[in-house]
Design a protein around this ligand. Structure first.
Ligand SMILES: C[C@@](CO)(OP(=O)(O)O)[C@H](O)COP(=O)(O)OP(=O)(O)OC[C@H]1O[C@@H](n2ccc(N)nc2=O)[C@H](O)[C@@H]1O
Ligand SMILES: Nc1ncnc2c1ncn2[C@@H]1O[C@H](COP(=O)(O)OP(=O)(O)O)[C@@H](O)[C@H]1O
Length: 291
């Protein structure tokens, strides 16, 4: 196989709880992860020339070893002494630094692609073990679907697929550092832990209303304190009939779950009209795991 086209899908967190802080600064989490059908398109081609060539449509993203896609290719190609080279083209659509794991998803797709293209023979578990050295969300992005993520995010338990619904995604024009959000959380008392078990029950019952009603994210308070626009977007989404709306990951992306596409579209129009966000997408959940 000399060429591959891959979709690197984004994620939302239906629930995000933090249980404690480790000595190295990382946090023990309990999160319900869900893949959505908003994706970056990745093209990979073998080259005779050794090394990694990276291209992207976003001028402000690094195309060297600071890019997670580059790091993923480099990790496997070095370990397996791959003599040829690879050209990777990233067509980015997932909002960047947004709480949707865009970079992690790119890394996961490239791990998958390099493994296939150069017939390295690694299992999914082996890809995930390597992935976590690149980022806590990478193992999940290798697996995809509806998953309980624990540890720092790398201990994964598959959950029943989230019932079909429409997802409105809105990213306000601000960038958030995941590291800073976790650090700020350390100076806060966590008053209300989200009901992660309730979300899981809702998934087992295949009851989207129940899942939505239990959604919660402990990082939300920290990010909203700095960026009230997140709260404003949530309110508009709810006024427009969302089952519920919440910040994803460390933010600032907000997502709303809707029973109909019409409602999601109307809410999207409202958010644009109020100029709360320009990056606004109506999409769906994507439940297929990676084969
Ligand atoms: C918050 C979450 C929720 O899914 O996602 P995003 O908002 O990034 O999408 C994740 O926990 C983010 O995972 P990811 O972005 O892969 O994390 P990494 O690159 O490994 O770490 C970035 C920084 O976040 C902090 N970090 C990350 C994961 C974790 N369990 N505890 C942490 O404290 C650390 O300070 C670390 O330096
Ligand atoms: N392939 C990539 N796609 C997006 N961001 C990347 C990538 N590689 C490195 N980065 C860097 O990682 C940071 C976090 O990006 P991203 O993964 O989109 O955010 P998040 O972890 O909040 O979902 C960005 O500031 C960006 O500079």
């Amino acid at each position: 196989m000399d060429k591959m086209e891959l979709k690197a899908l984004g994620k939302i967190n239906l629930g995000l709880d933090v249980l404690g802080r480790r000595e190295n600064g990382y946090h023990d989490v309990r999160m319900v992860m869900q893949t959505v059908y908003l994706y970056d398109q990745i093209r990979m081609e073998k080259t005779k020339k050794p090394g990694i060539e990276l291209l992207t449509n976003l001028f402000y993203l690094p195309v060297n070893e600071n890019n997670l896609a580059y790091q993923a290719a480099d990790l496997l190609m070095k370990e397996f002494h791959v003599k040829e080279g690879v050209k990777i083209t990233l067509d980015k659509h997932i909002p960047v630094a947004a709480g949707m794991a865009g970079g992690s998803s790119n890394a996961a797709a490239v791990l998958f692609g390099i493994n296939r293209m150069f017939s390295l023979g690694l299992s999914q578990k082996e890809l995930m073990e390597r992935g976590v050295t690149l980022g806590a969300d990478v193992p999940y992005c290798v697996m995809r679907g509806t998953v309980l993520a624990e540890g720092i995010g790398e201990i994964l338990t598959p959950l029943p697929a989230c019932p079909k619904c429409h997802v409105l995604i809105a990213k306000p024009p601000i960038s958030v550092s995941t590291k800073l959000v976790y650090e700020k959380l350390d100076s806060h008392e966590i008053e209300n832990h989200p009901d992660i078990d309730g979300i899981i029950d809702g998934l087992y019952d295949q009851d989207i209303t129940k899942v939505a009603s239990r959604m919660g994210n402990v990082l939300e308070k920290v990010t909203i304190e700095e960026y009230p626009v997140i709260e404003q977007i949530k309110n508009v989404m709810k006024e427009q009939g969302a089952l519920n709306a919440m910040m994803s990951g460390s933010g600032p992306t907000v997502f709303g779950l809707y029973e109909t596409k019409e409602k999601a579209r109307k809410a999207a129009a409202k958010i644009r009209e109020k100029q709360l966000a320009k990056q606004v997408y109506v999409t769906g959940i994507h439940n297929a795991r990676r084969k």
